[in-house]
Design a protein around this ligand. Structure first.
Ligand SMILES: *Cc1c(COP(=O)(O)O)cnc(C)c1O
Length: 426
């Protein structure tokens, strides 16, 4: 009998490209049928066939307090009853902006938007407007949303300009983006030595979470800070994923580096569409209506979305929240590592706060090239084994995973037991 997931996927493919509204959801790299979800509660999700899973995707990061947390749902309901949108300022936006600025000392002012993509796109425009320069530096394997300037891959030589990595991006635009190797301080220094006076901004995931999880070498971040200051370029930390996920002050708090601009998303909307960009007052003063850099949004600071974000951040700011989340995440990674070791599977893991990386190779990768050397077939086998056993991991070997505060020790222990069974049959 054809499953309800399969029926929905077939219908979806008639009306939606690939049957999905964001590509990785289509299970293309792992194969098989995407699960259509009908409900989520705490650490678990239920698919259209009624099967339940322990969820380690968490909507790709936002659901740090789990699915349908009662306080978040109540805040959303209360806000919705007062009106869905005004296109005029509301008090909740001021509360959220103030809370973000108080949580991250590098934020003196923020502007709210509706997605991470919008946040990074706007931050780059602002950096260009502020410096009067065009050149942007990004790193291979870091993802900053799908705006034109950022869908760029490395040129043929290290210091040559980028090429579009997507159809529809003008080559002329890609030429303004230089794509370098993550964790390579010398490459960055060489790029500044050659092009420094033309660099508007360096944008980076201070902890990389879109090529699986790659931890930054501390020297890489400090070199980046020093070079941007020396050459007058704007340092943008894209903390759409890491903000409130790796710690209460984001990756910048964890590594003690102060960027000029920060982009946020995911957790700050608690599952609703909210993003933000912010930073030094002098730079933010260039944003319209104060300054000449235009940026706007009909639904920016939407009161229902902001209510979800505020309720989530209130829970995240409870004492000991991140310590407990990090401990739960380590319980998972330690358990998976022990299960793999017991059965001689080439496997490594690491976690930073509430995010983790799983790698089918002997050691945790530190570079894009190393992460690309992971055994994809092995990951796919692990993914499908765990899925069948009711444990939902991201459907790609190149995504970070997430634990929420709603996961209990028993949920994680059950996942480790399932992994042992999968590795035993390796
Ligand atoms: C998810 C993500 C984005 C894009 O955010 P959307 O809300 O999907 O547009 C940008 N940067 C990073 C680091 C992300 O993880």
């Amino acid at each position: 009998m054809i499953s309800r997931n399969q029926q929905l996927f077939e219908r979806a493919q008639q009306f939606i490209p690939g049957g999905v509204n964001s590509p990785v959801r289509a299970f293309r790299s792992v194969g098989g049928t995407p699960r259509f979800f009908v409900a989520g509660l705490g650490p678990r999700v239920t698919d259209a066939d009624g099967k339940s899973y322990v969820d380690y995707v968490g909507s790709w990061g936002p659901l740090i307090v789990g699915h349908a947390h009662p306080e978040v749902v109540a805040a959303v309901r209360d806000a919705a009853l007062r009106g869905l949108s005004f296109g005029a300022p509301t008090e909740g936006e001021v509360d959220l902006a103030e809370l973000l600025c108080r949580s991250m000392p590098a934020l003196e002012m923020v502007r709210l938007v509706s997605s991470g993509t919008e946040a990074t796109m706007s931050a780059i425009r602002l950096a260009r407007g502020y410096t009067g320069r065009d050149l942007l530096i990004k790193f291979e394997g870091c993802y900053h949303g799908h705006s034109d300037s950022l869908l760029v891959k490395a040129g043929s030589g290290m210091l040559t300009f980028g090429h579009p990595s997507s159809g529809g991006v003008p080559a002329d635009l890609a030429r303004h983006t230089l794509v370098l190797d993550y964790n390579d301080s010398e490459g960055l220094e060489a790029a500044f030595a050659e092009h420094g006076s033309r660099v508007a901004a360096v944008i980076v995931e201070a902890v990389a979470g879109n090529m699986n999880l790659i931890a930054p070498r501390p020297a890489f971040l400090s070199a980046m800070r020093e070079l941007c200051s020396r050459y007058g370029a704007v340092l943008i930390f894209d903390e759409v994923m890491t903000g409130f996920r790796v710690g209460g002050g984001g990756a910048q708090g964890l590594y003690g580096i102060t960027p000029d601009l920060t982009t946020l998303g995911k957790v700050i909307g608690g599952g609703m569409p909210v993003g933000a960009f912010g930073g030094r007052r002098e730079i933010m003063a260039k944003v319209a209506p104060l300054g000449p850099v235009y940026q706007a949004g009909t639904l920016s600071g939407n009161p229902v979305a902001v209510a979800a974000g505020l309720a989530t951040l209130k829970l995240v700011h409870a004492p000991g929240f991140h310590e407990r989340l990090a401990r739960l995440t380590r319980q998972l990674t330690d358990g998976l590592a022990a299960a793999a070791a017991k059965h001689g599977v080439s496997f490594s893991v690491q976690s930073i706060g509430g995010m983790f990386g799983l790698y089918f190779r002997d050691q945790c990768p530190q570079t894009y090239a190393e992460v690309m050397s992971c055994d994809r077939e092995a990951f796919n086998r692990f993914f499908h084994g765990m899925l069948a056993a009711g444990h939902y991991f991201a459907p790609s070997a190149f995504e970070a995973g997430f634990v929420s505060a709603a996961h209990g020790e028993a949920d994680i222990a059950a996942t480790v037991v399932a992994a042992e069974t999968v590795f035993a049959a390796w």
